[in-house]
Design a protein around this ligand. Sequence first.
Ligand code: GDP
Length: 712
Amino acid sequence: MGIRVYQLAKELGLESKELMSRLQKLGIKVSGHMNSLGEDSVSKIKDALKPSAKKEPVKKPAADKKPVLTKKEKVVKPATPVSVPVQKPASSVAVVQAPAPVLAPAPAVAPVVTPVVSGAPQIPKKVILKKFSLTVKDFSQNIGLTVPELIKRLMKRKVFATINQTLEKTVMEEVALELNLSLEFPQSVEEIALTAHNELDDPKELVSRGPVVTFMGHVDHGKTSLLDYIRKTRVAAKETGGITQHIGAYQVQIGEGKVTFLDTPGHEAFTALRARGANATDVVVLVVAADDGVMPQTIEAIDHARAANVPIVVAINKCDLPTANLDRIKTKLAELNLLTEDWGGKTVAIPVSAKTGTGVDTLLEMLLLETDLLELKANLKKPASGVVIEAKLTGERGAVATVLVQNGTLRIGDPVLCGSRWGKIRALWNDRLQTVQEAPPAMPVEILGLSGVPEAGDKFYVLPGVEQAKEIATKRLARKEELGVRATRSHVTLEDLYQQIKEGKIKELKLITKADVQGSLEVLNQIITRLGTEEVKVNIIHSGVGDISESDIMLAAASDAITIGFHVRVDFNAQASAARERVDLRTYDIIYEVENAVRAAMEGLLEPEIQEQMVGKAEVIETFNVPKAGTIAGCKITDGKIHRKALLRVIRGKDVIFKGKIGSLRRFKEDVREVLQGVECGLGIEGFNEIHKGDLLEAYEEIEKERKLARN
Ligand code: GDP
């Protein structure tokens, strides 16, 4: 099997799109980035991409000038892994024929390593995998590492997997990259089934689609009222039935265009979907009450929208109130880098009232105008794909999901894969509870016919056949259950920051900062921002006064940011979601500690944190002198257990008099691996013979701390 377009693109440091257009120019036909390329095509493109020294002789640079690379030359340089391969491939001969002595014994899944291009040592060696899903053991054999070596490398990336646990593809790819190997996976059933969705759209088939809008802003500023007002009033006279039913989203006609509103306002919902990998919103309407002005959650909403790179249109609500003060709000907005159009800026801000309806039409028209600039396009002819907005189990209808079609046209009878659910579309309802035959892009519809309830944020795809959908969904479901504790990678952490910088994965360190008072927050932000370098910028995507909340964590999860608190607490939900989403969350009480930690992380000097974990306690009842072995303590385990590999602390009175390793652990002259609570044993301590009757022993393990959870 050849190499796929996206893989080759990655190898060459090009965008798939760019590579495809270059291939096309060479007369090599490709329809999508999943296409396989034969060896001929690969060498053709590689030749074409070589710095064109032979074809067009480049003028010799003047001796005193450094040669300047053209942009093209920079791009075509083969991606060189930055980390030094531990086991540098001696040659590009297939490993099967000439296994290096360090390789593990004959693997269950035979590795086939083929040379990509001879004579180009920096091009990673290819490892063809026969299976898509590999356990730690299988994978270690395929890449010629021992299991402990692999586990060490996994732990470095905060992946704690046991020998029989299945690894995520991205994790395997990262480890391979370190070893200067490139993995080639067999095409999975899933990839084959999704071929049509992965193919780039023919620009000729693209048509404009309406924008999808989310309302955000401070509580009580009128988000719900505005959504309700629009829902109730925007029904053309000839249409029957209002948009009465809450299906989580609705669509209204405005002149020639349509605007879709996500009916769950607020940045929490917005960011929660994003944290699930679903970017459903095209524009954010920031609602600011004219009588109240910019408030903490207004700022939060702005930061959430910006982190998602979604444009903002401002609705200054409650303009019917006599206390409304537009200028004050515009001044505040300007301070937040949202200078309004009438003041010479770019931000559209419309005064509205959800109570009287003033300005709402203008707001809707502006939404259409504003999104014209975004050139939102979709392909009506493609099989549909999109995202689940919400889903529930109903008594009469079974599993019902509201989905937003993002591309293609969804029709009754379509076989769908939706997260780990599958089915055939039995019915489609629009936001007025009317049945429809089909749903084009940007239309929210309720769908019926799924095998179970999917999760909000799950993607759905129409597949060629229902059997495929069933097979993939069933596998996904089984995998989800199997991976109760998922062997997945966490988000960026201070510990792995340097590694990621080195690998070129991070150009920007994103941070969320929270402090107890505004003054400290400003100092903190100043200090942290100053740590940015040419290589890595520091970008504080959100910062605020107050405790760390779940909303902060979701933003961090959605944006791959690290959360730093100074003199603040972490609320319980935030604590729980940080653990669940594997977000690096740290709190400090001394400002220079923050500075030190971030600087050390950026320079790769951050020591992994070692945490002690108590495993058991014992009391020394008697001591014996054993020739050669030294003093042996006859003890009784009073708590937990003691195992052979544990470390020991010897406590006499209130003092720790020795720390060290266990030399021997025996029961009735037999060496044992562990002794449980209530049981007596003989225990020798390496390099320590001064043990006395009555001493207490504490056994503990040192584990690398996965994440420094905040102290509360
Ligand atoms: P949300 O928390 O942002 O969703 O705010 P709501 O839509 O629940 O509105 C909060 C309060 O403000 C409610 O009592 C509304 O009746 C009131 N409200 C909303 N919009 C307007 C408006 O345009 N004018 C006036 N006077 N009150 C409004």
